[in-house]
Design a binder for this molecule. Structure first.
Ligand code: FES
Length: 56
């Protein structure tokens, strides 16, 4: 298993996002609560799900 430092992880994510139109979005939890992250890329409030995945 390869362990990466946070800076290395960010660099890898940036490289993976190039050419795909997607970019990493930083998220800092400001309080302890349950949230859902968007996995469909349709949300208007990245990185959180706003329910847009339910629309066809
Ligand atoms: S998973 Fe993308 S809007 Fe809900």
């Amino acid at each position: 298993m390869v362990r990466l430092r946070q800076e290395q992880k960010s660099a890898v994510l940036r490289r993976l996002a190039q050419g795909h139109g997607f970019a990493p979005v930083e998220f800092t939890a400001e309080k302890s609560e349950k949230v859902w992250f968007c996995g469909c890329k349709r949300t208007a409030k990245p990185p959180l799900c706003d329910g847009s995945h339910k629309k066809s």
